[in-house]
Design a protein around this ligand. Sequence first.
Ligand code: FE2
Length: 384
Amino acid sequence: MSKDLTNTENINYSPEKIFSEAEDFLPLLGTDYVEFYVGNAKQSAVYYKNCLGFQTVAYAGLETGVKDRTSYVLQQGKIRIVLTTPMSPDGDIADHVRMHGDGVKVIALWVEDATKSFEETTKRGAKPYMVPTTEKDEFGEVVRSGIHTYGDTVHIFVERKNYTGVFLPGYVEQTSTFNPAPLGLKYIDHMVANVGWDEMNVWADFYNRTMGFANLITFDDKDISTQFTALMSKVMTNGNGRVKFPINEPAEGVKKSQIEEYLDFYKGAGCQHIAVATDDIITTVKEMTARGVEFLYVPGDYYDTVLDRCGEIDEDILNLKELGILVDRDEEGYLLQIFTKPIVDRPTMFFEIIQRKGAQSFGKGNFKALFESIEAEQARRGTL
Ligand code: FE2
């Protein structure tokens, strides 16, 4: 894989095209799960169920013989999350929560062969996190291995072809009497990293070299800037396009970039947002709002010109305006998107809700309106 990462031609929407000459040495079937280390998993689980529509799936903790942690597994569509909290002040989980607050620890990737995935990535320079390990119970076996990525975040490769259990060995199926309805979230569209000054290319190169990802799109600080703040971003994708990791770094502006604010509060690089796809963003966002999710505010005048920029769309613009949903168009179609406010008290992690109607891009046309909205929030926090 020798894709030129410094290419300034900044749009290449077709993973098939950029991968046609490459052997994919790390075939990924998709995202397997995302594990958050949190201060209170029991209460977080209620937020994810009530506000975001996730459903109870599995549990590990004292009752199942796990002494050092408690984990809740929740699912909606193909999106599986694990909320894990430490049971004592000692150890990696407690250290992670103390340093970062609640945040993403593991971005787990579903593979055919976790041992080969470990070998292929570590021989190309990835730092080992977990050597290939087989876990078994009455439902079969799962092989997992892992490597370090940006900050304290890790990737775990999950091979589950010989497993029929509900999640992983060690977890038991859990049911609940509190089951708010799902909200139409289907799969993870992309997961974004925030990294430090001058580190975007370092991590783009890491994904290229050790995992065989290619650069799909590059946004420089001219694409992503307002009067006050700026950032740069490279979108990295795997061979079949199922896994996309945009990587942001701060850029010089008159005032403090939102990426810098994140790095200050997260205490280093980490996952900034998870974009989740829906087929009906209006219904999803209306219901989330009713259940207490707070979204970024978009100035009303955004809607005065959006149709001039994006042309005809199926949705009623007044519905979009009422909810604050943004629209953007590229050569292949359009997309609808909206961003939550941070879902934790530190201004760090948030969710994006996205509905793609043909468009394969990331909402470049909305960056300015969006970042002005984020700046308004930063100003309220005194961190602009
Ligand atoms: Fe995004």
